[in-house]
Design a protein around this ligand. Structure first.
Ligand code: ZN
Length: 323
């Protein structure tokens, strides 16, 4: 199309920055990555991104006029209206960092900003598992647990940008493990990859029976979340108990969130979600047990589809809709 311009999607992570040029419909045209330089309080990150964008345009022999707008996902709570990040501990930026204005200067087009987990949720809504849904909860099960709440087609931010932090819902009110956020018993402590491994090891400590996981732990010195799901799918009782414990905690938290919002879909992503339909089936079982009945019947639990591209797709949605 002659008048078609490009959107710039930027997903800033603690180790790398993912960048992409996308069509106005959100289809990725060119995608690349640069390392995140967190030295000197991350003071080079924005300049690096600006240079990478200009360099890529000249490599492609495309004029800067082709760019319509940009969106940025970054790790920390933000104020979208003011264009400010309240804090960005992983990147080293000072508090109340004026991300939007600085990025606008670096890339030369209007910029909209969002928290990275929220950006991934928007990406799934636009181009992934949520396509067509306007009420959606996204949850990412990785080394931590992230989330985003979308109501009527937009992210819920709350008073200080901290809404939708599904991972820090209290799942174990008494005697839970400490979370990185400084509170104990967060969902993240039992539903992240780290949390699942810890649960399995705890169950193993008092287990009299045979388990594949016991053998793996003895021979490899450690086990992974993938080992646990593989063993559970092969019928290993201890692994099944571990997955049940995870699904019970997740099912409860999602049922409570679901009862509040009755989303069309709850999208499960992140490394742990590679366990696929087996995991979704288990979560669904507990979700239906705990959810308000009409919610249990109408809210669908599905797997995320975009993987690592969710963040840049969401950033492009911001570019198209928030500028
Ligand atoms: Zn926490």
């Amino acid at each position: 199309m002659e008048n078609e311009k490009w959107l710039l999607g930027i997903d800033i992570g603690g180790t790398s920055v993912k960048l992409a040029f996308l069509t106005e419909e959100g289809d990725i045209l060119h995608k690349w990555e640069i390392p995140t330089n967190t030295e000197n309080n991350g003071s080079n990150i924005i300049q690096d991104i600006g240079e990478a964008v200009h360099k890529k345009l000249s490599e492609l022999d495309v004029s800067h006029d082709m760019l319509k707008a940009a969106g940025v996902g970054a790790p920390g709570p933000i104020d979208q209206e003011k264009g400010v990040m309240f804090e960005a501990v992983n990147l080293g930026w000072p508090d109340n960092f004026p991300l939007r204005d600085l990025m606008q200067e670096a890339v030369g087009v209007p910029v909209a900003i969002e928290n990275d987990a929220n950006s991934a949720a928007l990406g799934e809504m636009w181009k992934g598992a949520g396509e067509g849904a306007k009420d959606l909860i996204a949850i990412t099960l990785g080394t931590g647990v992230g989330g985003g709440v979308i109501v009527n087609g937009d992210i819920v931010h709350g008073a200080k940008g901290a809404a939708g932090e599904v991972g820090h819902i209290t799942a174990v009110p008494h005697g839970g493990y400490m979370c990185n956020c400084g509170k104990a018993g967060c969902l993240e402590t039992v539903a992240s990859a780290t949390g699942i491994v810890r649960t399995a090891k705890e169950l193993l400590a008092d287990y009299e029976g045979d388990s594949q996981l016991k053998a793996l732990l003895d021979s490899n010195g450690d086990i992974t979340a993938k080992d646990i799901f593989d063993a559970a799918q092969a019928g290993d009782q201890l692994a099944l108990s571990t997955v049940d414990s995870l699904a019970d905690h997740l099912g409860l938290a999602l049922a409570n969130i679901g009862s509040l919002f009755n989303p069309e879909r709850i999208v499960i992503g992140g490394g742990v979600s590679k366990a696929g339909d087996f995991l979704v089936g288990k979560i669904e079982q507990y979700f239906k047990k705990y959810a308000f009945k009409p919610v249990g019947e109408s809210t669908e639990i599905v797997l995320a589809q975009l993987g690592n591209d969710a963040g840049i797709a969401g950033a492009a949605w911001l570019a198209a809709n928030k500028n």
